[in-house]
Write a protein that binds this ligand. Sequence first.
Ligand code: DAT
Ligand code: MG
Length: 138
Amino acid sequence: MERTYIMVKPDGVRRGLTGEIISRIERKGFKIVAMKKMLISQQTAETHYGEHKGKPFFEGLVRFITSGPVVAMVVEGPQAVSEMRRLMGATRPWEAAPGTIRADYATTVDENVIHGSDSPESAAREIGIFFKPEEIIG
Ligand code: DAT
Ligand code: MG
């Protein structure tokens, strides 16, 4: 069993896509072992997206992810990291495979509806940023 950090981004929450995304995760057969709606602080956003610091889109990305509530989750299942990346689709929605979340619900790279960890190591790091161990109920 593997765990990954999944987050409905502010555009997804604003557009009322949270239920649809949760539904896809559950229908797949994955288990949501933690979930909360929250506002991300500037500091937390910069830590979460630390790998992108210095890139031209970094400031805009931090501004966007702090622009409204997100729904943060820990999702568990076999190959959860890579499988959730597959369900999400490519970062650039126009490159995302048909039927993926980003292909179905997003048009731009800067508002692409969902975040998912890109490796088991990133998942462990990101879960640790957003959840206390006792908030994860397996
Ligand atoms: P992903 O979210 O698929 O893991 P990433 O880690 O490369 O993609 O980038 C994180 C987020 O940053 C991405 O979801 C949207 C934003 N982003 C990436 N590249 C961008 C770009 N060229 N212009 C604007 N935003 C970008
Ligand atoms: Mg990433």
